[in-house]
Design a binder for this molecule. Structure first.
Ligand code: SF4
Length: 400
């Protein structure tokens, strides 16, 4: 519905590692070729947990954007911006907060989880409780259709859908809605108008979901409609209200199986990461000192890849042929562990090489980075302002 837009953000709380690359950034690179993508640095979100140490945020913001670009996120294809450069996010967050039941926020599974996990921080704050609603505002302000998320974030998208539904229900009422909608139908042109009317009846009288989808697609393609009329006709399909904030869909990304250098999932909190721009010397050292099958004490002891963290890296990086070689030679003690680790080291260094090259351009000339973010923030802000204009109008706050 509306523009086929993808929205995704990341909190700037330290340099990115290969887990981020395999889990998120590779997916962004794929998505940017398929959809208009808006990727943002969630600096306000970082403050929900780092409000006592905001000094780490600014440098992390720039480091993170360099990491994105290094990973292949292309500013010519996607819009990259910083959340706080688009203050309309905060305005929508505030307006949505008026009608959002507290229970919706307290129910978000990650809320209690994070308070439990980050015990060293006092997260019993208004900002932390509200962060899923800020996320909802981040998404809804761009009327994004798709939000790429991992399994654990699906409840956030669900809540965003509830927030949008409630907003449209409360504020999508419009005096003379039906007459305006019928006028808008005529603007579709006679052939399309007839089709729209038939599909609407098929959905409303027979609950034909396919007809609903076809009608939405028809509206999506119709060039002749103003934004307001399009919203009316989307709303008219399902009821008697305008759809001002469309409900986004979660685009489920498969969980990244990127292991860290100790075999657990790669994560900053486990201290087992390889950063995206880690030097080749450091990568080599980290992999060479990685633990292996604990039963393989001497070179002559046969090992078992299933019990070895290095094997999990082979699963990410190695060809079938290399994996067969490892299986065979490990179990027969035909190779030593350092020999086995070398193809992994080579593969990581190869993966990083273009990333270093891309990053260098921005490190040499940081003004390039600043201008990418300034342009992206301007572009994002225009879209956000358009949404806010309609939101204010719907809520009776348009005083011009
Ligand atoms: S040979 Fe490879 S798979 Fe086998 S224990 Fe050593 S590092 Fe692990």
């Amino acid at each position: 519905m509306f523009a086929e837009r993808v929205l995704s953000g990341m909190r700037p709380t330290g340099s990115l590692h290969l887990g981020h690359y395999h889990g998120v950034l590779k997916n962004w690179v794929r998505l940017q070729a398929e959809y208009p993508c808006f990727f943002f640095v969630a600096d306000w979100h970082a403050l929900t947990t780092h409000y006592e140490t905001p000094d780490v945020i600014e440098q992390s913001v720039w480091d993170m954007v360099v990491d994105w670009l290094a990973a292949g996120v292309d500013p010519n294809q996607s819009t990259l911006f910083i959340q706080s450069k688009v203050p309309e996010h905060a305005e929508l967050f505030l307006l949505l907060s008026m009608g959002t039941p507290l229970g919706w926020l307290e129910r978000v599974p990650t809320y209690k989880d994070q308070i439990e996990k980050l015990k060293e921080k006092d997260l019993q704050t208004y900002g932390f409780l509200g962060y899923p609603l800020l996320q909802a505002a981040d998404i809804l302000i761009y009327r994004a259709q798709f939000v790429p998320v991992g399994e654990d974030q699906v409840p956030h998208v669900e809540m965003t859908r509830e927030v949008a539904r409630r907003f449209n229900y409360l504020y999508g009422r419009e005096p003379g809605f039906e007459e305006k909608a019928l006028e808008a139908v005529k603007k579709l042109g006679s052939k399309r108008a007839k089709m729209y009317a038939e599909l609407r009846v098929a959905y409303q009288e027979r609950g034909d979901d396919e007809a609903l989808e076809q009608a939405k697609a028809l509206l999506q393609e119709a060039q002749s409609l103003s934004m307001g009329d399009r919203e009316r006709l989307f709303g008219f399909l399902e009821g008697a209200r305008k759809i001002i904030l469309p409900e986004p869909q979660a685009l489920l990304t498969s969980a990244s199986r990127m292991p860290g250098i100790d075999g657990q999932k790669m994560s900053k909190s486990y201290g087992n990461t390889i950063s995206i721009r880690e030097t080749p010397e450091e990568v080599t050292r980290s992999i060479r000192t990685m633990p292996t099958d604990p039963a393989r004490v001497r070179r002559t002891d046969p090992g078992d890849p299933a019990r070895c963290p290095v094997w999990q890296l082979h699963a990410v990086y190695s060809s079938e042929e290399t994996k067969q070689w490892v299986e065979k030679e490990c179990k027969s003690a035909g190779i030593g562990c350092l020999e086995c680790k070398q193809p992994v080291i080579d593969a990581i260094l190869l993966e990083q090489q273009p990333m270093f090259e891309r990053a260098q351009m921005y490190l040499d000339d940081p003004s390039l980075l600043r201008s990418i973010i300034a342009d992206g923030s301007d572009k994002a802000r225009k879209v956000a302002q358009e949404t806010m204009r309609e939101v204010r109008e719907a809520m009776g706050l348009a005083y011009d």
